[in-house]
Design a protein around this ligand. Structure first.
Ligand SMILES: *Cc1c(COP(=O)(O)O)cnc(C)c1O
Length: 387
């Protein structure tokens, strides 16, 4: 084995080119580092890409979700129905305002919130449904929208993992009352830290612009604060980077697609490993991470450990939110309450994934995964024959 063969791989990697760098340097040279033309340009560009009227740039996906809760006036005891199979921010945003995230279990195939269960979770205190397009896979938006319309509640899409994904031909983020994207460095495009709210609701956009900027009004003076606000602004360097990245979003999505299809080819017939099927209504999949499921009798954590020893990092996407220490303490959740989520969470493994992975790197990960899984199958179940 060569030295190169053993060098550790990265879990993810931002795709930064010379144009991105030049744009950020241009902002630094301009001397105008906050509240300027790049944020406005990035907002217009994102809204156009998603197919909605307004973009509101914010400091993170989390702050974007928080402002959506504020826009709805979520308060003590208000309920928001969401999924426990997600990154913790999608539930935390409700708790920030004293609301209660009401978890419902996911579908085993789509990994997204089960719309049938959402229907029965609606109650008198329900204010919104907050679906997460997990790993870039659009949730069942038609069914969820029908429930929301019937019950008079809003839909906020957590589209932080799904920039560019399409559901029945419409882009993620354009399917609810508002949608939120995140631009952390492992996402499809990055601004370092940053996020964007997209919506067709002009009143919401205006309120959100004020709330991200300390409650100032657009016309008012710097020291006039109309409402309780935050500093959730995105700076100009980040916006310039985001704008440069979004200009080549199709290329970035295609590069990731190439990596995921090579993984799919190599892992299609590996005993013990199941690929996650594409959703029926997904007309374009924008890959956020590449996640596989391992058979229930395989010790996922041992597989992860063995891969780690070979320089291949992995992640357990996602540990269920309801079993996080804070959620157990605050809301009394226990194992067994969301069996599908818990079963999926025990068996999923995210592999190293970014658009610039070489064919050799993808092969190295796939071969090592196959070997580690084979070994676990033999250890756990000596009588189970392997091809
Ligand atoms: C990335 C992500 C967010 C936002 O994360 P930030 O780090 O705050 O930008 C929110 N929800 C989900 C599901 C995410 O994956």
């Amino acid at each position: 084995m060569t030295e190169e063969h053993l060098s550790p791989l990265r879990m993810s990697s931002p795709d930064i080119n010379e144009e991105d760098i030049a744009r950020v340097v241009g902002v630094l040279r301009s001397g105008n580092l906050s509240i300027g033309p790049f944020v406005e340009e990035f907002e217009r560009q994102t809204a156009r890409f998603v197919g909605v009227d307004h973009g509101v740039a914010v400091s993170s996906g989390t702050s974007g979700l928080h402002l959506c809760m504020r826009a709805m006036d979520i308060g003590a005891g208000d309920e928001v129905i969401t999924t426990p199979f997600s990154f913790v921010a999608s539930a935390n945003c409700v708790v920030y305002e004293g609301g209660i995230p009401v978890f419902v279990d996911i579908q085993e195939d789509s990994l997204n919130v089960d719309d049938a269960l959402v229907g029965s979770a609606i109650g008198p205190r329900t204010r919104a449904i907050l679906p997460v397009h997990v790993f870039g896979r659009p949730a069942a938006m038609a069914e969820l929208s029908a429930i929301a319309d019937r019950s008079g509640v809003d839909i906020i899409e957590d589209a932080c993992e799904a920039l560019g994904s399409e559901y029945r031909g419409a882009r993620a983020g354009a399917l609810g009352h508002a949608g939120v994207f995140g631009f952390y460095p492992n996402k499809q495009i990055t601004t370092g830290e940053g996020g964007m709210i997209v919506t067709n609701d002009g009143k919401w956009a205006q309120r959100m612009r004020s709330m991200r900027n300390q409650g100032r009004s657009e016309m008012g003076s710097w020291l006039l604060h109309q409402q309780l606000g935050f500093n959730y602004r995105l700076d100009e360097m980040s916006a310039a980077l985001g704008s440069s990245q979004l200009a080549r979003i199709d290329e970035l999505i295609s590069l990731r697609e190439r990596v995921s299809s090579q993984y799919q080819q190599l892992l299609a017939n590996v005993p013990g490993v199941t690929l996650i099927a594409e959703g029926r209504d997904t007309t374009r999949m924008s890959w956020f991470v590449f996640v596989v499921r391992l058979d229930a009798d395989i010790d996922r954590d041992m597989v992860a450990k063995q891969l780690g020893e070979r320089g291949i990092p992995t992640r357990n996407y996602f540990p269920p939110i309801h079993l996080q220490p804070f959620y157990r303490d605050r809301f009394g959740y226990k194992p067994g309450q969301f069996p599908v989520t818990e079963r999926v969470a025990r068996s999923t493994l995210a592999l190293p994934f970014h658009g610039r992975m070489s064919a050799q790197e993808i092969e190295r990960v796939s071969t090592s995964l196959q070997q580690a899984v084979d070994q676990q199958i033999r250890l756990r179940n000596p009588r189970r024959s392997i091809a």
